[in-house]
Design a protein around this ligand. Structure first.
Ligand SMILES: O=C(O)CCC(=O)C(=O)O
Ligand SMILES: [Fe+2]
Length: 206
C-alpha cells in the first residue's frame, strides 16, 4: 500500500511531536510493552487520504455486516458525516496513530473501542521491514466463537503492507445462518530490532 520511501517518511514523524496529541507508554496501562502516539488534526495528507478513501469503500461493507448481525446502525457514505456523528457525542479526538516497538516489546490482545460510535473495520500498515529491521513482532488476531475456545490467526506483513480487520464483532456464515464472532488483535513479542506501524481507526475518541 505504501512504498518504502513513504514508510520511512512516516516513521520519521514519530519524533516530531507537533504532529501528535498524546503519547502512550503501553507498560503504564497494562497494554503490553512499547509506545504509541495519536496524531492531532490536521492529519498528514497521506493518512487523511487513506482514512477518507478506505472509509468510503468500507462503509457499504460495514453496513452489510450490521445487517447480517441484526444491528440497526448504518454508516453514512462519507467520512466527514460519520465523524460529525462522533463529534456530536463528544468523540472528537483523532485516532490515527503511530506505534513503535523495540526488542522485547509486544501489544496485548485488545479492541480499539473509544466510545459508542464505532466503525467496525480498521487498518494497520507495517512501516518497517521484517527480517532485516526486526524479528518476531507478528500481527495476531483472535476469533472468539460462541461457546468455543479462541482461535488465532497470524498475518505476515511486508513493509508497506496493510491489513484490514474487525474492531470487535463480525458476522460469520455458519451451517444455520450467520453468527457473531468477537475479534481481538495484538502483536507478538519483537525479538530484535525496531518495528513501527501506522494504525488507522475510523471512529474518533472521547
Ligand atoms: O502494531 C500493530 O501491528 C498493531 C497496532 C494496533 O493495535 C492498531 O493499529 O490498532
Ligand atoms: Fe489496536
Amino acid at each position: 500500500m505504501l512504498d518504502s520511501q513513504t514508510c520511512l517518511e512516516l516513521r520519521k514523524l514519530y519524533d516530531q511531536d507537533a504532529h501528535f496529541r498524546s503519547r502512550i507508554v503501553m507498560q503504564r496501562h497494562g497494554f503490553g510493552s512499547g509506545e504509541y502516539k495519536y496524531f492531532s488534526n490536521p492529519l498528514p495528507d497521506v493518512i487523511a487520504g487513506f482514512r477518507q478513501g478506505f472509509y468510503e469503500r468500507l462503509a457499504p461493507f460495514a453496513n452489510g455486516w450490521n445487517e447480517r448481525m441484526g444491528l440497526d446502525r448504518r454508516y453514512p457514505p462519507e467520512l466527514d458525516s460519520f465523524l460529525a456523528e462522533c463529534h456530536g457525542d463528544g468523540q472528537t479526538k483523532p485516532t490515527p496513530l503511530l506505534l513503535k516497538y523495540g526488542a522485547g516489546d509486544y501489544n496485548c490482545l485488545h479492541q480499539d473501542v473509544y466510545g459508542a460510535h464505532l466503525f467496525p473495520v480498521q487498518l494497520v500498515i507495517l512501516l518497517s521491514e521484517s527480517k532485516t529491521e526486526f524479528e518476531g513482532g507478528e500481527f495476531v488476531m483472535t476469533e472468539q466463537r460462541p461457546r468455543m475456545q479462541s482461535r488465532a490467526e497470524v498475518v505476515s506483513l511486508g513493509i508497506g503492507d496493510g491489513a484490514l480487520f474487525a474492531v470487535n464483532d463480525r458476522p460469520k456464515a455458519g451451517s444455520r445462518g450467520d453468527y457473531r464472532v468477537k475479534m481481538r488483535h495484538g502483536v507478538s513479542r519483537i525479538r530484535s530490532g525496531e518495528r513501527l506501524t501506522l494504525g488507522i481507526i475510523f471512529h474518533d475518541a472521547k
